[in-house]
Ligand binder design. Structure first.
Ligand code: GDP
Ligand code: MG
Length: 163
């Protein structure tokens, strides 16, 4: 039995940072400059005795905005096909972007569980800003900080619940 969880979202929201934290090994390549991770990365982890595989998506080709968006859509469609649950990461620093809305639109079309993780909520002040992500139409969200780990326990609790 293998439960597969795909981490999706536009570049720079912190997917690879979260992936690294969750697998507790530095396997994914985090590029602080462009936020581009070159390949899809897989890692195994477990929470409360439940094992699952994580996919860090983001092998994006940096080109025109069109190609960029198409690449993300492809990754999301692949994730919808092969994952058992999807972790949709967004960024409280930038707020909701058009690209987030495009990804959300794709994710609203799947019956698979989708968990929204509002990342970069490094302090309580940013908690209030996270509320705007309700507008993505994907329901409840989890405020997390991939950097300091806050909120990731609650996110994992919810994640293993839907697997
Ligand atoms: P990806 O492109 O979605 O994989 O994003 P990365 O994991 O490469 O991170 C993009 C940038 O966001 C990097 O500079 C990270 O250090 C930063 N970042 C990731 N998570 C957090 C977080 O929880 N808080 C803050 N403040 N920055 C973060
Ligand atoms: Mg990445």
């Amino acid at each position: 039995m293998s439960n597969i969880v795909a981490i999706v979202g536009r570049p720079n929201v912190g997917k690879s940072t979260l992936f690294n934290r969750l697998i507790q090994r530095r396997e994914a390549i985090v590029d602080a400059v462009s936020g581009v991770t070159r390949d899809r990365h897989y890692g195994k982890t477990d929470w409360n005795g439940r094992e699952f595989s994580l996919i860090d998506t983001g092998g994006y080709v940096v080109g025109s905005d069109d190609i960029f968006e198409q690449e993300i859509d492809k990754q999301v469609e692949l994730a919808i096909d092969e994952a058992d649950a999807i972790l949709f990461v967004v960024d409280v620093e930038t707020g909701v972007t058009g690209m987030d809305e495009d990804v959300a639109q794709l994710l609203r079309q799947t019956d698979k569980p989708v968990l929204v993780a509002v990342n970069k909520v490094d302090n309580g002040q940013r908690e209030a800003d996270a509320v705007e992500f309700y507008s993505l139409g994907l329901g409840e969200y989890y405020s997390i900080s991939g950097i300091n780990g806050s909120g990731t326990g609650e996110l994992l609790d919810a994640l293993v619940e839907v697997l």
